[in-house]
Design a protein around this ligand. Sequence first.
Ligand code: ADP
Length: 364
Amino acid sequence: MGLLKKNGSLNEKEILDALSSINDPDLKQDVVSLGSVNNLKIDTGKVSLTIKLTNPACLVKDQIKIEAENAVKKLNGVTNVSVSIDFEVTSQVSGNTPNLIPNVRNTIAVASGKGGVGKSTVAANLASALMKCGAKVGLMDADVYGPSIPTLMGDSQKPQITENRIIPPVIHNVKMISMGYFLPKEEAVIWRGPMLHKMIQQFLGEVEWGDLDYLVIDLPPGTGDIQLSLCQTIPLTGAVIVSTPQDLALKVASKAIAMFKKLNTPILGLVENMSFYLCSHCGKRDDIFGHGGTQNASQELKLPFLGEIPLSTEIRRNSDDGYPTALTENPYSTAFQSIANSVASQISITNYRASNIPSIEISN
Ligand code: ADP
């Protein structure tokens, strides 16, 4: 690293030693051995540095900044400390698997056992919440039988097609593609496996996704051809399973989980949608579909629980208006930010485990 130059009475080793008490909240390792400390500058008593996290949606960024500043402030000779928090999303080395989207660092499949549980709503809001945190995000609507992503994300221009390349429209700063753009309205898709496989290949290989931190993929409900095709076509970083709290939904969700396990796709965790209802008039809470079923199922299945989203008229209204709740200042947007944090955290952990990041050796 070449960081250990003497600089007046303060040296960089002292500062790194002080920072080694700060842990990355996702990877649970200290930021120094992870190599997350960058741009360390010492100008007599003035110290500035950047801590790079791997989770752009981290909810405790401010806390880490304060902790790091306090740790350095304690050192003799320090008069001023400025810590900035930045992020760099990691990726897994794809090995020998042919990759149609080499510049996409992570692919997140959003799946459910059955329709109507809010899978597309979660996909659109997850993509929007990650974008809001500064990540580069794409959203692929693979739900060919009911492509609702264009409605949920709002009106846009159609994709442009130039010599074998599809330029995706950008809506709310998210690159998007959907079969909804190519089908006449009201027309039903009655494709079989090979055509679906071809569509997935085109949506991956021919769309100009560019450089992305995350590509969120809204799958059709169930355990059919598209899911198989997708898992065979690209190495998925992981799947997010959406369910409502009641038994019936959870039973079908476990089928989706079993399918991803068979396909060796990591499961990032479960989201409970329509978790409870708060009456906007009297504030009374009603657990319409029960509550906590998904969290219990996560525990039984030993899978991470990624968070819960209430049933809310505002979420439904924002969806119908094409303005994802995650982008609003509405209190419910925090539910989606929290899920984005959990998903990005699981991805950071999965990538960290898969890679063999060597620790920095501090030498004098
Ligand atoms: P799926 O993709 O599972 O079929 P959708 O995301 O299309 O489900 O959602 C189905 C309907 O439920 C949509 O009208 C959507 O706006 C509504 N919806 C989804 N989640 C919520 C929620 N948490 N609160 C209110 N309405 C919701």
